[in-house]
Design a binder for this molecule. Sequence first.
Ligand code: NAD
Length: 345
Amino acid sequence: MNELGVVVIGAGDMGSRHATNWIEAGARLIGVYDPDQNRARRVAGRFEAEAFTATEVFLGRSDVHIVSVCTPTHLHATYTVESLDAGKHVLCEKPAALTLPDALRMKEAALRNGRELRIGFMRRFDPASHQLMAFRQKIGDPVMAQTTLAAGVRPKLLMHDAAANGGPIIDMCCHIFDQWAALFGEQPDTVRAHGYTFSENKIELASIQHKALDSAHITLTYPSGAVGHIHVSWGLPGGIKPLEYHTYMAPEGLITVDWPKQVTLMDASGTNHWKGRASDPWLTQISQFYRELLDGEPRHLATIDDGIEALRTSLAVLESVAQGREVRPVEITGEMPSLVERALG
Ligand SMILES: NC(=O)c1ccc[n+]([C@@H]2O[C@H](COP(=O)([O-])OP(=O)(O)OC[C@H]3O[C@@H](n4cnc5c(N)ncnc54)[C@H](O)[C@@H]3O)[C@@H](O)[C@H]2O)c1
């Protein structure tokens, strides 16, 4: 077979990006599905693909081999499981899901059907991540890490909805949890967090019934002795431009990151600046998955297990906020929906 067919579910920003990238990677975009038919038609029309009105229409087709799930997060599991059960391979956007039971269902469906399932932690393919990994090898252990992720209230309401995308602790911090798992070579063993809803009284979010925590101070410890702090907020006044900075201190040096533009190493030999981004990580990720499926190249994308671990850490953060104590991520099990509800008060 020299070409695989793809359908994208969810014709928003990421769906549109996936559609473009699949074509650039060499796949055939068969169509786009979104209950908002105007959106589906708009994206499909750009590529002379079909705008589907129901999943059954394309999941039964033998020329559809891959499904890209680009819906709001609470719908990831439904479409991923349905697609895997129809025998398709799936690239699901990050985070894997909103709850652990959903993420586990996705894993079971992949195993049950013998199909490939990857989670879109595209930062793994960002040149800034590669540079950070390279500099990290030079600074020794233990590492003290600090990341600040700050933005005004997000324009997409679903990003603040505890029942949809889950707020930044699930939606945004999953990127950092996945990066740090790679950087430190392990998952955290303890989590302590304080959380806030800075946007509680913001008029633009008045229609959201269950607002997610939008701000948190998080401390993670790792078995090897690494420790990380995250300051995150999506609840600042609108108009504040999103910013993301990291610092990593260790006995042999200091790394600073102005994500994703600049990574700097300061060590005994001086200061070494790296400036990116030379390539598009979303395209690199999809091209890599395409080669894995078509040519059997080794797997490089995040697996559902990686997605589950990042989600487990997010849920441990919410649990720590709710209970006012340190939480071990291993405590987080399949009972998570009730824990999430408790964390959100
Ligand atoms: N990897 C990244 O860099 C990155 C960046 C942004 C968002 N994301 C993730 O991608 C996902 C989508 O985010 P987005 O920014 O594209 O959102 P978006 O709001 O731009 O698009 C979501 C689309 O899903 C559609 N949709 C809603 N209900 C649906 C349903 N029942 N069935 C099918 N489609 C439905 C909407 O009509 C919309 O077109 C989220 O999980 C988000 O966390 C990832």
